[in-house]
Design a protein around this ligand. Structure first.
Ligand SMILES: NC(=O)c1ccc[n+]([C@@H]2O[C@H](COP(=O)([O-])OP(=O)(O)OC[C@H]3O[C@@H](n4cnc5c(N)ncnc54)[C@H](OP(=O)(O)O)[C@@H]3O)[C@@H](O)[C@H]2O)c1
Length: 288
């Protein structure tokens, strides 16, 4: 019997690179979708075949799901500045992948959305992601929607601010979050291929207040703590002004991060990676 084959879409991203490695480690044959093969050269040993395509162009996806058993999609706009909208990528791009999966008889589609989407329904990114979620739920495809908290990669913002001397928090700094490392989340995503739940909320093993994350960032950098607090009303005014005076390319990521950090983001705990270790590794490499 041939090995089960999984397509990883969004393979070049923060989470996607862990998905590629974890799928291979768990014994799957891995097809990786990329717009630029060179960006996956370092993962060569984990990839059985590369598929070059652009999710917003259905013609470029012809054959992408041929002989594929499972799809995991971590495709989305986070910081990409290629002029595409959330509707183009997070909704329509994933919809194009889903259509390919259905027509090729894929067994299951795992999609990475976000935690607390129901509390952020007016944000452009959430409108696009949740439109796709609804259509996946209404489709004939077996599926699991992952709802992760913030990724460790996004927690680097605290380290950046601490490096510059001051961390700005929303509200009183008491909102809680259990952020998750890409490796820990990848393990849950790949395990979801064999799980029966249609939705899994996922957080990391440690819960912090935002203030505690700021303190950790200063501690790792051996810098004196300086934390400021922005009232929530001011944050909301800034988001509104950004919506009025900047393009969605600019305000989209900002309004998502600001809104997600103005509420608790705690989900059932998975994994073992510690934020302090991640911060220390990043502080040492000088990447922040
Ligand atoms: N970051 C967080 O804290 C967080 C929290 C919860 C959920 N999520 C969601 O989890 C998913 C993965 O997040 P991440 O941080 O790993 O994102 P990321 O690093 O930005 O990766 C996104 C991936 O999507 C691909 N992509 C974007 N536009 C594309 C297009 N037009 N055609 C083909 N591929 C395209 C990117 O490819 P290129 O490399 O070619 O651009 C990249 O591989 C996203 O959907 C995000 O919204 C993130």
């Amino acid at each position: 019997m041939r090995g089960k084959r999984v397509l990883i879409a969004g393979a070049t991203g923060y989470l996607g690179q862990f998905l590629v490695q974890e799928s291979k480690t768990q014994g799957y044959l891995v097809r990786a979708l990329t717009r630029d093969p060179e960006r996956l050269a370092h993962l060569d040993e984990y990839i059985d075949d590369l598929f070059v395509g652009e999710v917003t162009n259905p013609d470029s996806l012809i054959g992408i799901c041929k002989d594929i058993d499972f799809v995991i999609s971590a495709v989305g706009i986070t910081r990409q500045k290629d002029g595409l909208t959330y509707m183009d990528v997070d909704y329509q791009g994933n919809r194009n992948l889903m259509d390919c999966a259905i027509s090729s008889g894929v067994s299951k589609f795992v999609y990475v959305s976000v935690l607390n989407a129901h509390l952020m329904q007016d944000l452009k990114i959430i409108l696009a992601k949740e439109r796709f979620v609804r259509e996946l739920e209404e489709s004939s495809l077996d599926h699991t929607i992952l709802r992760p908290t913030g990724f460790f990669s996004d927690m680097l913002e605290f380290l950046h601010m601490a490096r510059k001397g001051k961390v700005s928090l929303f509200g009183t700094g008491d909102y809680k979050i259990n952020p998750i490392h890409g490796q820990d989340l990848a393990e849950v995503c790949v395990a979801a291929l064999e799980r029966t739940e249609n939705e899994i909320a996922v957080g990391g093993p440690e819960t912090f207040t935002h203030r505690q994350i700021a303190e950790l960032a200063f501690e790792v950098l051996h810098k004196k703590e300086r934390i400021s607090y922005m009232p929530l009303w001011l944050m909301r005014v800034i988001v509104r002004l950004m919506r009025l005076f900047t393009s969605s390319k600019t305000y989209g990521p900002a309004e998502f991060i600001m809104t997600a950090l103005s509420m608790d983001g705690v989900a059932p705990a998975y994994g073992k990676e510690k934020l302090k270790d991640f911060y220390e590794a990043n502080a040492e490499t000088g990447s922040v």
